[in-house]
Design a protein around this ligand. Structure first.
Ligand SMILES: Cc1cc2nc3c(=O)[nH]c(=O)nc-3n(C[C@H](O)[C@H](O)[C@H](O)COP(=O)(O)OP(=O)(O)OC[C@H]3O[C@@H](n4cnc5c(N)ncnc54)[C@H](O)[C@@H]3O)c2cc1C
Ligand SMILES: NC(=O)c1ccc[n+]([C@@H]2O[C@H](COP(=O)([O-])OP(=O)(O)OC[C@H]3O[C@@H](n4cnc5c(N)ncnc54)[C@H](OP(=O)(O)O)[C@@H]3O)[C@@H](O)[C@H]2O)c1
Length: 554
């Protein structure tokens, strides 16, 4: 056989010790006898982000040090010039990074800064307290977190423990107290500017290395005070669908009992004791309202809905959040079969389930996110709650008239839970033409993220927000630190673009579950450096948070 071009090269393994010139820092790199200097430079360039042309590799040549050429075999002991450290240099910014939103997500982003011992940030929210629209405005005092504490808390990261002093399903007020406690413990509040409505921004030095943004703010207390500030980047966590959907029925004035929204503390549940109640809508809020009505000893509950959405018993949610790998939708449905059977239902027959005949290849695609809770099933089992399929046409005294001619009589209260619609003001504020991945108009300095509002999955890795939040907050932080990696990722052209769609009432800032998960998968696949950061928050980590001490059993 002909010898390889350039001659036979030794593949015998050895170690190359690389020392940084002028420092004691050194690194051992496994190489072979024939490894060239260029290969070592490339490895160090990948790790540090310093270009190979800016490095010099020196080795002893007689009494002096001499520079090795890229084609030279690398020596086993070399000194490198042109880098200060093997740790990658983070991009420094002259102005703070702005976080907009002090809900769960914005607060988690602030914690990511704190975890990196970085105080170059400022958080704005138009509320006068932290907690976000979800927990300050939408939730009722009777609301509870529906997913389990292990995977829903602000301390969800490798640097903190799950709170020990809270119930597994904390109430709204306990959760808000937890948010405050964590922010106090981490000393974050001096970096928060509350009652500050960020109205618009302007790009300064566009296209230059020192591009930054002027924010225009107005005090949300009196609306009079206005001011400006300059920031190096901004990330907005506005919540996903935040404007309550409203509809008034014909004849409401003749109904004779309370008709209210079962949200934002609008309903006096104490007044429902002994009364028959119609809950309209079948999202998580409706499921929660069944529990609240039961807790307040209401009479019969009619759950009036256009179609039945799947909701989830607590143990199934617990199982998914404690799993070491994502659970197939077919297994999720199988686990739900028994409890559905108890209430005379079959989960496989729901509109949200798309399955092959063998029920091996299953997708659950549902507009409403799962309501999670057992009281829904128990109250149906005991006959207290009845699901009524239909749409309300009008109401008259103590009566609901449905489109199909059916009537529900002797109803003394109506609770509306129609969900929410997106806020186009967010797209307008962001000047969003498209969202490339999670970045507005492809600019790595401006990001936005909100929970995906639909369910669309063949597998479920979790039912709770915090595991996702820790990843996306670290993703934004990573690309501010290493913008060159962002350029490389964008240059692949593989990051999906999401455009606003007025006809479908879909602004650009909200991604649905399918596109959102594709985007997150692509980002980590396209940036090897980022994988190192977010891989630590994998399913094993999630299991350890949910069921401490068990991740190592696998
Ligand atoms: C009752 C209820 C129960 C829930 N239970 C669960 C659960 O059990 N598990 C789960 O995973 N999820 C649950 N959720 C979903 C919940 O929405 C998320 O978990 C989370 O709280 C969303 O936080 P966020 O930071 O994205 O947004 P939000 O809470 O909506 O906060 C957005 C913030 O941005 C601020 N803001 C927006 N624009 C501006 C601007 N221009 N200037 C200044 N400030 C601005 C707003 O003032 C607001 O404070 C629940 C939601 C509700 C309502
Ligand atoms: N404690 C908790 O865990 C909790 C409590 C509340 C909310 N949340 C979260 O808050 C978010 C919103 O939940 P949500 O339940 O308010 O909204 P949702 O999931 O969007 O559900 C809205 C429901 O209202 C129905 N609906 C919409 N318009 C209607 C109309 N005009 N007439 C009759 N029915 C109508 C929808 O029907 P269709 O299905 O036919 O569209 C759907 O059943 C979710 O992310 C949820 O997870 C959590």
């Amino acid at each position: 056989m002909a010898p390889p071009v350039g001659g036979q090269r030794s593949q015998t393994a050895r170690i190359c010790v690389v020392q940084i010139y002028g420092t004691g820092e050194e690194m051992q790199i496994p190489v072979t006898v024939s490894t060239r200097t260029l290969v070592v430079k490339e490895l160090i360039s990948q790790k540090t982000g310093v270009h190979i042309d800016d490095m010099k590799v020196m080795a002893k040549g007689g009494p002096f040090m001499k520079e090795l050429r890229n084609t030279d075999e690398v020596r086993s002991q070399v000194v490198i010039k042109g880098i200060d450290s093997f740790r990658r240099k983070r991009q420094q910014y002259p102005h703070p990074h702005a976080i907009i939103g002090a809900g769960h997500n914005g607060l988690r982003q602030a914690l990511v800064f704190a975890e990196h011992k970085d105080t170059n940030f400022i958080l704005f929210d138009r509320h006068d307290r932290i907690g976000g629209t979800s927990w300050l405005d939408h939730a009722n005092v009777w609301s509870k977190v529906q997913t389990e504490l292990g995977t829903y808390h602000l301390n969800y990261s490798d640097q903190c423990e799950c709170p020990q002093d809270m119930a597994p399903w904390p109430s709204r007020d306990d959760l808000l107290a937890h948010f405050n406690k964590v922010c106090d413990e981490w000393g974050l509040k001096p970096y928060f500017k509350m009652s500050s409505d960020v109205q618009r921004y302007e790009i300064l030095n566009e296209g230059q290395a020192n591009q930054c943004y002027r924010l225009y703010l107005r005090a949300s207390t009196d609306g009079k005070e206005e001011w400006e500030t300059t920031v190096s980047s901004l990330v907005m966590y506005p919540g996903n669908l935040t404007i309550p959907r409203r509809e008034e029925y014909k004849g409401e004035d003749t109904f004779g009992g309370p008709i209210s929204y079962g949200m934002f503390d609008e309903t006096n549940y104490g007044a429902l004791q002994g009364k028959n109640v119609a809950i309209v809508g079948f999202g998580a809020f409706a499921v929660e309202n069944i529990r609240t009505c039961c807790e307040h000893r209401s009479g019969k509950i009619y759950l009036v809905c256009r179609r039945k959405n799947l909701c989830m018993p607590r143990m199934v949610s617990w199982w998914i959040n404690g799993s070491i790998f994502p659970i197939a939708s077919s297994d999720v449905l199988r686990e739900m079969e028994d409890v559905y059977k108890m209430v005379g239902d079959d989960p496989w027959s729901y509109y949200a389930v798309h399955s092959n005949e063998a029920r091996t290849n299953v997708t659950i695609f549902q507009k409403a996110r799962f309501g999670i809770g057992d009281i829904y099933f128990l109250s149906r089992y005991y006959g207290k709650t009845e699901v009524v399929l239909g749409t309300i046409k009008k109401v008259s005294e103590a009566t609901l008239h449905l489109e199909d001619g059916k009537r529900l009589e002797n109803v003394q209260a109506v609770l509306k839970l129609f969900g929410f619609v997106p806020d186009w003001a967010v797209d307008k504020f962001l000047q969003l033409k498209h969202l490339t991945g999670l970045w507005v108009n492809g600019d790595f300095r401006i990001g936005t993220m909100s929970e995906f509002p639909t369910v669309n999955a063949q597998r479920f890795g979790g039912t709770s927000l915090s595991p996702g939040a820790v990843s996306w907050c670290n993703i934004f932080y990573y690309f501010w630190s290493y913008p060159k990696d962002f350029e490389k990722m964008i240059a692949t052209g593989m990051l999906a673009k999401h455009f606003p769609n007025m006809q479908k009432d879909e602004p650009g800032y909200v991604l649905d579950a399918q596109m959102g998960s594709q985007v997150l998968i692509s980002i980590s696949g396209l940036c090897p450096g980022l994988v190192e950061v977010i891989a630590k928050y994998d399913d094993r980590f999630k299991r350890e948070k949910q069921c401490p001490g068990t991740a190592s059993c696998f």
